[in-house]
Design a binder for this molecule. Structure first.
Ligand SMILES: Cc1ncc(COP(=O)(O)O)c(C=O)c1O
Length: 414
């Protein structure tokens, strides 16, 4: 492990970020995990791999995604900002990294492109994935169609109900969607089922994990594939303003869009970072904020903060946003929290719904419910920052998939 004065650290050889991470998997999976790590190290050294990844991101995904100054949102937040002590006007500038404009409508596709290229390098002929909001499932089904590989997506039955448009998209793309009826019938249960499938089909199957969690090397490789978000944002902001941001903000399910934005800035000591968990109905009630309300344990092959009872039984998470409805968090975030490099906060369903509507009306952008949590945190904080401060928030998904959930929450019939 590197000294904590460099938070842009690689995990140690057993995949630990400090006490977190690792590879807690069955004996059957261990050789696969080790193979994957070997292949990933080789791919990282291979200029042809980087060239193919970059080419697909540019011409298939549509990168670089724009960095957008949200002027009307900034002005609206400024209208309600109290003056500073010396009468100085307050309200930071809000900028968005527009990853919702990617092909398939979220950041998930960046990681799927990287992992399908790895699967092909490894000679795997069948792809499986888990999905919550369906964005990772759609992105996986998309790359499988693009490369002609069969694909099975595990999705909690509750998520199948609340993310119908994405279920249909996956089917149109040729994927088989298997609804998971166990547990809370959400993301955790889908991931359990995908891991079971993998154990049973190790010979030909590649598991495309959708977030920066799971056994080593997944947290590292998902982070690396998603770091294109932060690298682009850094270069774009420097180009447009000549300076780095004061604050980065991103929503956290497992933590892949957040670590993708944060990682390239981790050694810029003046750049503050805020990860936003889902506080659901409130931290005293049902929520999905594993850093705010959990403690370390082992789930899905890695050690991290988890929502659990005193016996280590995993608690059910709750969020209005299917993509944040997960009782754990990627191990690198657990380490960054303990080290104090990144701060974390939590936003309720209600606050996310308000932020969703605020962005629709001020900027003409319908965000997904996941980044609506980040927007709510921005709305809270921007008011207390000086006017020349810059916040960059990751708009990691668009809201088409969520309009039915939002309509129901607002009591509107559509
Ligand atoms: C649009 C969107 N944003 C964020 C997330 C949360 O995942 P992560 O924390 O890995 O970025 C999801 C997960 O489904 C998603 O669909």
């Amino acid at each position: 492990m590197n000294a904590p004065n460099s938070f842009r650290a690689q995990p140690d050889e057993r995949g630990h970020f400090g006490p977190y991470g690792g590879r807690y998997v069955s004996e059957t999976l261990m050789p696969l995990i080790l193979d994957l790590e070997r292949e990933y190290r080789a791919a990282k050294q291979d200029p042809a791999f980087a060239a193919q990844f970059g080419d697909l991101l540019e011409h298939y995904v549509g990168r670089p995604s724009p960095l957008y100054y949200a002027e009307r949102l900034t002005d609206t937040l400024r209208d309600s900002a109290p003056d500073g002590q010396d009468g100085e006007k307050r309200g930071a500038q809000v900028w968005f990294k527009r990853d919702e404009l990617n092909h398939t409508g979220a950041h998930k596709i960046n990681n799927c492109i990287g992992q399908i290229l790895l699967a092909i390098r490894m000679g795997k002929t069948r792809i499986i994935a888990e999905t919550g909001a369906g964005q990772h499932g759609v992105a996986t089904a998309t790359v499988c169609a693009r490369f002609g590989l069969p694909c099975v997506i595990y999705m909690g039955a509750k998520d199948v109900e609340r993310q119908q448009p994405n279920v249909f998209r996956m089917k149109l793309l040729g994927a088989e969607v298997r609804a998971v009826e166990s547990g809370a019938r959400t993301l955790k249960d889908a991931m359990n089922e995908a891991l079971r499938d993998w154990v049973a089909n190790v010979h030909d199957t590649f598991y495309i994990i959708g977030t920066a969690a799971g056994p080593h090397p997944y947290p590292e490789l998902v982070r690396d594939f998603q770091s294109v978000i932060g690298r682009e944002a850094r270069a774009q902001l420097l180009d447009r303003t000549g300076r780095l941001p004061d604050l980065l903000v991103a929503a956290i399910g497992g933590g892949s869009n957040a670590i993708g934005l944060f990682h390239p800035f981790l050694d810029d000591v003046d750049v503050k970072m805020l990860g936003v968990e889902a506080a659901g109905e409130g931290l005293e009630a049902k929520h999905a904020a594993s850093l705010a309300g959990g403690f370390p344990g082992v789930l899905h092959g890695n050690k991290t903060y988890l929502l659990q009872d005193d016996d280590g039984q995993i608690a059910e998470a709750h969020s209005i946003s299917a993509g944040l409805d997960y009782p754990g968090i990627g191990p690198e975030h657990a380490w960054l929290k303990d080290g104090g490099r990144v701060e974390y906060t939590a936003v309720t369903d209600r606050e996310a719904l308000d932020a969703f509507q605020l962005l629709c009306r001020t900027e003409g952008i319908i965000p997904a419910l996941e980044p609506s949590h980040a927007i709510a945190a921005v709305a809270r904080i921007a008011k207390d920052m000086p006017r020349d401060a810059i916040i960059v928030a990751n708009l990691c998904g668009r809201g088409d998939k969520d309009i039915f959930t939002v309509a129901e929450a607002l009591g509107v019939q559509i």
